[in-house]
Design a binder for this molecule. Structure first.
Ligand code: ADP
Ligand code: MG
Length: 222
């Protein structure tokens, strides 16, 4: 496959921000001149619906394709959709580590990001997802993985959970997305925090930092 790097967004459960991170990351990377394509692997098609909500006068900046089937089918669809010529492909996974699409994405990926909401219950499901990624890394040492704190709040509990996360096997990415309306709002407008004006400035700064961290992790250079 010609795509230079594939990044999979993966988690054991829904609601941690896989789709939100996928879309903001796609917008941020595109803004830096990378050619980005999004593979929507979730049967709920949130990423596709997100992009479809955009006003035709300002379409979502990256193409989104629905991909189905096993690893070979997905790899073939990526080639057929012309996605393989992108610098970066972001794969938005279904909310389960048992789902075939998640396992296929994991095999195809160069980098896996695990968004995690810093709450005690989310730690347990993150452990399970992490085990799967670490086991895959044992077979494919080139695979890189990182935890991405999302919906971070400035509470003592969130801080404590973040400390626990730092003891996980995978590194915690040097980028955090806070709990912000701008993230939810950009789903409604079918865009990203880059299109929300001054009110979303703090969110944009977070996404910029995330983009830099992902560029470093993938090693993709323009
Ligand atoms: N950092 C954030 N701040 C505020 N709301 C968020 C944030 N990240 C995600 N959300 C909201 O949480 C919900 C679940 O996010 P989503 O990206 O759909 O998760 P997933 O794809 O993992 O199921 C959505 O309503 C989304 O708008
Ligand atoms: Mg989703």
């Amino acid at each position: 496959m010609k795509a230079r790097r594939i990044v999979a967004l993966l988690s054991q459960k829904g609601g941690v921000g896989k789709t939100t991170v996928t879309m903001q990351l796609a917008a941020g990377l595109t803004g830096r001149g990378y050619r980005v394509a999004i593979g929507d692997l979730d049967p709920q098609e949130s990423a596709s619906r997100w992009a479809a909500s955009a006003d035709p006068s300002s379409p979502f900046p990256a193409p989104v394709g629905s991909l189905r089937g096993g690893q070979e089918d997905i790899a073939r669809s990526l080639r057929r959709a012309g996605m393989a010529s992108a610098d970066l492909i972001l794969l938005d996974c279904p909310p389960s580590i048992e789902h075939g699409h998640t396992l296929a994405a994991l095999e195809l990926a160069d980098v896996v990001l695990l968004p995690v909401v810093p709450s005690p219950t989310d730690l347990w499901s993150t452990r399970a997802a992490e085990r799967l990624v670490v086991a895959t890394m044992a077979r494919r040492p080139a695979l890189r993985g990182a935890l991405l704190p999302n919906r971070m709040q400035r509470t003592a509990l969130a801080g404590d959970v973040l400390e626990v996360l730092r003891e996980f096997t995978l590194p915690v990415l040097d980028a955090v997305l806070a709990q912000r309306n701008a993230y939810a709002q950009s789903a409604v407008t079918g865009g990203s925090v880059y299109g929300l004006g001054r009110a979303a400035e703090a969110a944009r700064e977070e996404v910029e930092r995330l983009v830099s961290a992902v560029v470093d992790l993938t090693g993709v250079k323009k």
